[in-house]
Design a protein around this ligand. Structure first.
Ligand SMILES: Nc1ncnc2c1ncn2[C@@H]1O[C@H](COP(=O)(O)OP(=O)(O)O)[C@@H](O)[C@H]1O
Ligand SMILES: [Mg+2]
Length: 310
């Protein structure tokens, strides 16, 4: 139970490709708020700003941002809340938009000495015309999340990764060498990296379906990786959070190439930082928090304490 009862507006749903996940995150947060004894209003975010203003009247003490994907995770909603002067959870405007724009985030990570997979931004027509780099490689939208639009092109595939007209994610795409091996993720709560989880999809790669359908991905926490890799992932997640200037909770995704030729501590590649990581009951951040004895409501309570405007 928290000492002061707050009026909390939960922004969820929204109109990005990740709407459905956000609805589940938002509902879980609403339950936690009721456990904590706060007064909560749920606001399904639309483009109707007059309706939003009405829903924000009377003015809440805090906005709990449970949105994922564009608009809610890329700085737009953060900017709106900065203008209104209502403190909100998670990262501010700049960190959010930097993290969401993968090529920009990668440049900053590399400048900070964090290794990323490399690759380049190309016009979709280049990728349509033929392999832009030796296979295997990965094609991804510049600004989406939850593996939406991510295509892995393997040696034997004969379907072009982008078919004319069938790519709704913009004119330019990010193309990266495919990093073989394992998938790791690390949550950060302020100045503390929580734990390393290894994600083992039961089949295929870690896609949208595997992420949000219970049982298709195994979560191993603590990740069964060599101690130096574990420590390096924890350190790099915190460094990535700081590099972008994140606030509250974030989560860094890594690939870990564990082939012997990579050497002892050489195989870790930072893919991205998520500034609005999932808060569903199946999600990774709540799971790592639980591993450290922090309950879901405690996690939400901590997020509210960190809420701020830029
Ligand atoms: N360069 C890469 N090598 C291997 N797998 C990748 C690579 N980039 C992305 N992936 C796979 O695609 C998933 C989603 O990519 P990511 O960059 O984390 O974007 P997002 O989660 O925002 O969609 C990753 O978790 C990973 O499984
Ligand atoms: Mg990711």
């Amino acid at each position: 139970m928290s000492a002061t009862k707050l009026r909390v507006a939960v922004l969820y749903g929204g109109f990005s490709a990740e709407r459905e996940v956000s609805l589940v995150s938002g509902k879980a947060c609403l339950e936690a708020l009721s456990t904590l004894g706060h007064e909560a209003v749920a606001i399904d975010m639309t483009r109707d700003l007059a309706a939003l203003m009405a829903a924000l009247t009377p003015r809440p003490d805090v906005v709990l941002n449970a949105l994922h994907g564009r608009w809610g995770e890329d700085g737009c909603v953060q900017g709106l809340l900065n203008v209104l002067g209502i403190p909100y959870t998670h990262s501010g405007l700049l960190a959010s938009s930097l993290a969401m724009h993968k090529p920009t985030a990668k440049r900053l990570f590399e400048a900070a000495g964090l290794r990323c997979p490399g690759g380049e931004v190309l016009h979709r027509s280049v990728v349509e015309a033929g392999d832009p780099m030796p296979r295997p490689y990965v094609v991804k939208p510049i600004e989406e999340g939850s593996s939406v639009g991510v295509v892995i092109v393997q040696a034997g595939d004969n379907v072009p990764p982008i078919q004319t007209g069938a790519w709704p994610y913009g004119e330019r795409v990010l193309v990266e060498p495919y990093i073989p091996g394992r998938e790791l993720t690390v949550s950060v709560m302020g100045d503390r990296a929580l734990a390393v989880t290894e994600l083992r999809p039961k089949r295929g790669f870690y896609n949208y379906e595997a992420k949000y359908t219970g049982g298709k991905t195994e979560h191993l926490v603590p990740a069964p990786v060599p101690e130096p890799i574990y420590a390096q992932a924890m350190e790099e997640a915190l460094a990535a959070h700081r590099t972008l200037g994140c606030r509250g909770v974030s989560r860094a995704d890594f690939r870990y190439d564990d082939r012997p030729e990579q050497g002892e501590a050489g195989g870790l590649y930072l893919l991205e930082v998520n500034t609005q990581p999932g808060m569903t009951p199946l999600s990774l951040v709540p799971e790592q928090a639980a591993y450290l004895g922090i309950s879901f409501p405690e996690l939400v309570g901590w997020m509210l304490e960190q809420a701020a405007c830029d």
